[in-house]
Design a protein around this ligand. Structure first.
Ligand SMILES: NC(=O)C1=CN([C@@H]2O[C@H](COP(=O)(O)OP(=O)(O)OC[C@H]3O[C@@H](n4cnc5c(N)ncnc54)[C@H](OP(=O)(O)O)[C@@H]3O)[C@@H](O)[C@H]2O)C=CC1
Ligand SMILES: O=C(O)CCC(=O)C(=O)O
Ligand SMILES: [Mg+2]
Length: 740
């Protein structure tokens, strides 16, 4: 083994709801694994943890913490890697700023986040914070492509216990709006590099007067890399937004914007900022200078803007103007209508992968400022992937919503390894300072791509390396072979990047003699075809690029299972290790609020159970650890037990929650271990534990129930107090004794 100190399995410390759940679940996992000699390590990839690890020079000795993300980034490249990754916060600027403030309040002397860095020191601090911002963990850990699907048992359970689905009617006014040109889709160019073109490339801006400014150098492109470049025109974006705001009003629907400001951390907050400015245009026209002087950055949303109004010296006047403009605008899609939090308040509140499926599942309805449900104009400016939602909505209007009791399932094989596609585009995305050209110059001096741009345009280059692309096609072939069902490469031959990928895909399929088993279809056509397939009760495999991986693994699970939390999410690391992600959803901030207010945690850990089972099985296969196999098989039985006996958490206070589901999981796990005959020692160890858990089941669930109903103090949001949180999340003394 390359690293003798590597634990058998590494679990991850994260944020928000999944981290709260870990306080209860991880002690159970550790105690069971320990009995079978399987070691479980822990690495901190939480937002707060990453901030502290980035600023050791600002902290006292005992406050410092190791850079676990860096360690993990190394570990996932080792063949023995076996990591269970829970979802962490991909922080928007407001989230990052809030986390910094909380840590400062706890006595950590870290610097403020410089919104507009001017001195060298501020620029250095800002550069460090920029490494923490947005999707900063996944691109590092995902050194493999993605395989996401619902386990058979989970899908069967959903068919027998369907979630509610809103009804779609053919006269719904809900629709998707995208730009008619000038977007990333229409400006994209792409090429695959030859050996002569490989090496370190650079990106340059050439101003109208010929001045050349280097935007980025040392962008490493090995031979065979697919290199794209594209831009979104700021002018066309603004005109489009203005038109859609007007149209929403005329059509009597809610205005909504769906972006991925967290994962697409450079481009999407800028697009979000354009929407804020356009929606409040009269305010910015009138008070632009004052707002700028007060540090208002539209990319951070209306909430941040409101908080800074008093610093303008014209707080009341501007507030009145905002209210006036809002009353003239179409009603906005709300995040929390009760608290007046709109779609444009915080860039990370409405995240497209979760938000669009929610609208679609609800029959095309969103919440308006009047606390009522209405049809929505779903604005998704770029056309690269918007057609998926547009077509889903069209199909549902034509022939109704899906029936979860009969529909088949959509699995996904997603290209994401080694920062493929948009994941690697953050350092090569720029808001253009002045009109001119942007060009991408290769190591040999070739100008590979060039665009005429104007000030404010958003230019970006993304790339995908050859080895990950080939690995992705092979993974798709394996999966199709295992399932024998329809398999579609969601690639659009009229899109530059996709056309390059198709040049890789076709020869591999031919060479392996499986070309007849696969279709290649543009996202819109693939959406229709796939929905038709699953409507007939059959299954389909969607083989997609990185962004569609993200979108589809929320969209279809939310329609089929009611949530993406129940997905099995496996990343076969390219160097041989395994990364087992828990579910396909996020970190559910709403769930934390509920815990703090009424001590009920509705987070469903089914994703964690599935990942644990896979991780243990992988340990057994990879290293011949037969005790891990015994543990892993029993995890599957326990997961089935949680489903069969309806032990998943409920949404309402006073009913069993996340902690109850962990107790039942532990009981079923112990029973399965006691009952198995592959390892007598393990059976003997767990027999008394299983018996004691069963005998005390009433007492334990009683103790858990008594904890609910009042406020819970966990001593922080981004950096909760470990002792307080453990106390809240482990309220049953009887269970704690049994776990030991
Ligand atoms: N690191 C990662 O892999 C990912 C991180 N994120 C991050 O997570 C944060 C929140 O993202 P958001 O888009 O709101 O998505 P979430 O998936 O956290 O939340 C959307 C909704 O999904 C439901 N949900 C998700 N997971 C579970 C679960 N385990 N049990 C029960 N219900 C669940 C909840 O619905 P309800 O409230 O109706 O119960 C929740 O409110 C952001 O910071 C984002 O960047 C997002 C995706 C992946
Ligand atoms: O990397 C991110 O920020 C989000 C990832 C995500 O949503 C997903 O993988 O489903
Ligand atoms: Mg996602």
């Amino acid at each position: 083994m390359s690293d003798p100190n590597l634990p058998d399995i590494i679990y991850t410390k994260v944020d928000e709801a999944p981290e709260l759940a870990s306080y209860s679940l991880l002690p159970i996992i550790r105690s069971f694994a320990d009995a079978a000699g399987v070691s479980i390590g822990l690495k901190d990839i939480s937002l707060a943890g990453r901030i502290l690890a980035t600023f050791p020079d600002y902290l006292s000795e005992n406050q410092r913490q190791s850079d676990d993300l860096k360690d993990l980034g190394r570990i996932v490249k080792e063949p023995e890697a076996n990591v269970i990754k829970l979802p962490n916060i991909s922080a928007s600027v407001p989230q990052l700023v809030a986390a910094v403030k909380e840590l400062q309040g706890q006595g950590y002397g870290i610097p403020d986040y410089p919104e507009e860095p001017s001195s060298d020191e501020e620029k250095e601090v800002r550069a460090r914070y920029d490494t923490i911002k947005g999707s900063a963990v996944n691109p590092v850990l995902r050194e493999g492509n993605s395989d996401r699907r619902a386990a058979g048992a989970v899908k069967r359970f959903a068919m027998n216990n369907p979630h509610s689905m809103g009804e779609w009617s053919s006269d719904s006014k809900t629709r998707v709006a995208s730009m008619s040109g000038g977007d990333f889709y229409s400006n994209e160019v792409s090429a695959t590099l030859s050996a002569a073109q490989a090496g370190d490339a650079k990106i340059e801006h050439v101003a109208a007067d010929g001045t050349v400014t280097e935007l980025k150098s040392g962008v490493s492109f090995p031979e065979g890399t697919v290199v794209d470049a594209t831009f979104m025109s700021a002018k066309k974006l603004d005109a489009f937004l203005a038109e859609e705001i007007e149209k929403s009003k005329e059509e009597g629907v809610l205005f909504s914007l769906h972006m991925k400001a967290t994962m697409m951390k450079v481009s999407d907050p800028i697009i979000f900022g354009h929407a804020v400015k356009e929606f409040l245009k009269p305010v910015f026209d009138k008070y632009g200078d004052e707002l700028k002087a007060a540090g208002v950055n539209p990319n951070s949303g209306i909430k941040d803007m409101l908080a800074r109004l008093d610093d303008t010296g014209k707080g009341d006047e501007i507030r009145a103007e905002i209210d006036k403009v809002m009353s003239e605008r179409p009603p906005m899609y709300m995040v929390d209508s009760g608290k007046g939090i709109s779609n444009l308040h915080v860039p990370s509140d409405v995240i497209i992968d979760a938000s669009m499926p929610a609208v679609i599942r609800a029959g095309g309805k969103g919440w308006g400022p009047d606390d009522g449900q209405h049809d929505v104009n779903c604005v998704i400016p770029d056309n690269s992937y918007a057609p998926v939602y547009d077509e889903t909505i069209k199909v549902f209007k034509e022939s109704g919503q899906l029936d979860p009791t009969t529909c088949g399932t959509v699995q996904n094989i997603g290209l994401m390894a080694q920062k493929a596609e948009e994941y690697g585009s953050h350092p090569t995305t720029f808001e253009i300072p002045s009109a001119g050209k942007v060009r991408l110059v290769l190591a040999n001096g070739d100008v590979l791509h060039e665009h005429e741009v104007e000030a404010g345009d958003i230019w970006r280059s993304a790339s995908a390396k050859k080895a990950p692309i080939e690995d992705w096609v092979k993974l798709a072939i394996e999966r199709q072979k295992a399932e024998g069902c329809e398999a579609i490469f969601w690639l659009d031959e009229s899109r530059a990047h996709d056309a390059e990928l198709i040049k890789f895909v076709k020869p591999i399929l031919e060479e392996k003699g499986v070309a007849d088993k696969f279709k290649i279809m543009a996202p819109r056509e693939a959406t229709r075809q796939t929905i038709e397939t699953i409507r007939k009760g059959k299954n389909s495999i969607a083989i997609t690029g990185n962004v569609l991986r993200d979108y589809l693994t929320d969209l279809f699970p939310i329609l089929e299972l009611g949530t993406s939390a129940k997905m099995l999410s496996i990343v076969k690391l390219m160097n041989g290790g395994g990364l087992f992600e828990t579910g396909a959803g996020g970190s559910a901030p709403k769930h934390v609020q509920q815990l703090v207010e009424e001590n009920h945690l509705r987070w469903d850990s089914l994703g964690e159970f599935c990942a644990l089972g896979e991780s243990l099985k992988f340990l057994a296969d990879q290293r011949g650890n037969e005790k891990a196999r015994v543990l892993g098989k029993a995890v599957e039985t326990a997961t089935q037990g949680v489903l069969d006996n309806d032990r998943s958490p409920s949404r309402k206070v006073g009913q069993p929650d996340n902690r109850d589901s962990h107790f039942w999981f532990a009981l079923y796990w112990a029973e399965a271990l006691a009952a198995q005959t592959d390892d007598a020692d393990i059976a003997a160890h767990f027999k008394p534990i299983a018996d004691a858990m069963k005998t005390n089941a009433d007492k334990i669930t009683q103790e858990l129930a008594e904890a609910q109903g009042s406020k819970a103090d966990i001593g922080g949001y981004y950096h909760p107090d470990a002792d307080k949180t453990a106390k809240v999340m482990r309220p049953s003394a009887t269970l704690n004794d049994l776990i030991g």
